[in-house]
Design a protein around this ligand. Structure first.
Ligand code: NAD
Ligand code: UDP
Length: 330
């Protein structure tokens, strides 16, 4: 049994996956408003580096644990955010069975923890529950177009199963559950080698390497800056009454991958080529959130334009990458 000393007047909040990209920003924001934060992470895709600045914070605790294993916390918990899951396609496909177990067994363990503590629970679901969508933009009532046998199924179907678990716990009156369907999010602390489009292109551009574009580059995504997403997650967790339905969180601005690559090329003063590569199997062709539900229920909408968010992300990578070419082209 782990003991955590509660300090201050805020809530006690467990963030599973708190050493990851989004989770570490969420930990920052929760501590910033005076909460006590218990971060649980196995570091499978995250890193202690993401939360190193928080290590000496009196209201922050870091616990190394895989959520697939039973978990108990000695301190009474008010809220649990479940962000623990690899999110990048190459990473979640590297051990697909573990990804599926994280989504199902891991979410089940955290829901049981929430039930024992009577804590509110927020599940980080994903736009991937819509698969390669036949409806555009995606509203929450669209049921999706997902392969249950393909290489993305461990994540897409895992997250769908996790949603089913969440809503069963909610309907059964056992846990106060909220479900956020998160669309592509980017920003500082993405891993340089995690294989996602924004980190790949920025790292390639800063290193003077060709920017890899899979397929024609005409597929689209909608990119949300991480601070906007964190605001939406906290608003969804705190809203009363419980919406009782999943809520899309993302930026509705839609860009082709070619457009994104051109923007990044124009913002990095190193000349780079573009290299086209085969499109991965089951890669969704279009994706854009309809965020009217989040807007109505949470009074939430993203505020950071793509160019501005890319600027801070590029600056962060530039300061944190050490293998950039020394010679810059103005
Ligand atoms: P990330 O890989 O940076 O963070 C995930 C964190 O969870 C990592 O720190 C990792 O070590 C930890 N983790 C993974 N499996 C675990 C396990 N079994 N036990 C304990 N810890 C485990 O990813 P992210 O981009 O920060 O995504 C966070 C959450 O948001 C994920 O659940 C993801 O599915 C969801 N999401 C993210 C995006 C996005 O674009 N970033 C989009 C949709 C959904
Ligand atoms: N992609 C790309 N080049 C890369 C990495 C990704 O063209 O170096 C494409 C990928 O095929 C997909 C889009 O960019 O069409 C977004 O990929 P990402 O892995 O970031 O997220 P997801 O597919 O989960 O939305």
């Amino acid at each position: 049994m782990l003991q955590v000393n509660r300090r201050g007047k805020g809530k006690t909040v467990l963030v599973a996956g708190g050493a990851g990209f989004v989770g570490s920003h969420l930990c920052d924001a929760l501590l910033g408003r005076g909460d006590t934060v218990i971060c649980v992470d196995s570091y499978i895709t995250g890193s202690r580096d993401n939360v190193r600045p928080l290590m000496n914070h009196p209201s922050f605790r870091l616990i190394e644990q895989d959520i697939c294993k039973f978990i108990e916390i000695g301190e009474p918990l008010d809220q649990i955010y479940n962000l623990a899951c690899a999110a990048s396609p190459p990473q979640y496909q590297a051990d697909p069975v573990h990804t599926m177990m994280t989504c199902v067994a891991g979410t089940g363990n955290l829901l049981a923890l929430a039930e024992r503590h009577r804590a509110a629970f927020l599940q980080a679901s994903t736009s991937e529950v819509y698969g390669d969508p036949a409806e555009h933009p995606q509203k929450e009532d669209y049921r999706g177009n997902v392969s249950c046998t393909g290489p993305r199924a461990c994540y897409d179907e895992g997250k769908r199963a996790a949603e089913a678990l969440c809503f069963d716990m909610l309907r059964g009156g056992r846990v106060d559950v909220r479900v956020a369907r998160i669309f592509n999010t980017y920003g500082p602390r993405m891993q340089a080698n995690d294989g996602r489009i924004v980190s790949n292109l920025i790292v390639q551009a800063l290193s003077g390497k060709p920017l890899t574009i899979y397929g024609s580059g005409m597929q689209t995504r909608s990119f949300c800056y991480v601070s906007d997403l964190v605001g939406g997650l906290m608003a969804l967790m705190d809203v009363r009454p419980n919406p009782g339905v999943p809520v899309n969180l993302g930026n509705p601005g839609e860009f082709t991958i070619n457009e994104l690559a051109q923007m990044i090329r124009s913002m990095v003063p190193v000349r780079t080529a573009v290299a086209y590569r085969p499109l991965p199997k089951d890669d969704p062709q279009r994706r854009r959130p309809d965020i009217s539900r989040a807007s109505e229920l949470l009074d939430w909408q993203p505020t950071v334009p793509l160019a501005e968010g890319l600027r801070s992300t590029i600056d962060w990578f530039a300061a944190n990458l050490d293998d950039r070419p020394r010679k810059r082209v103005a």
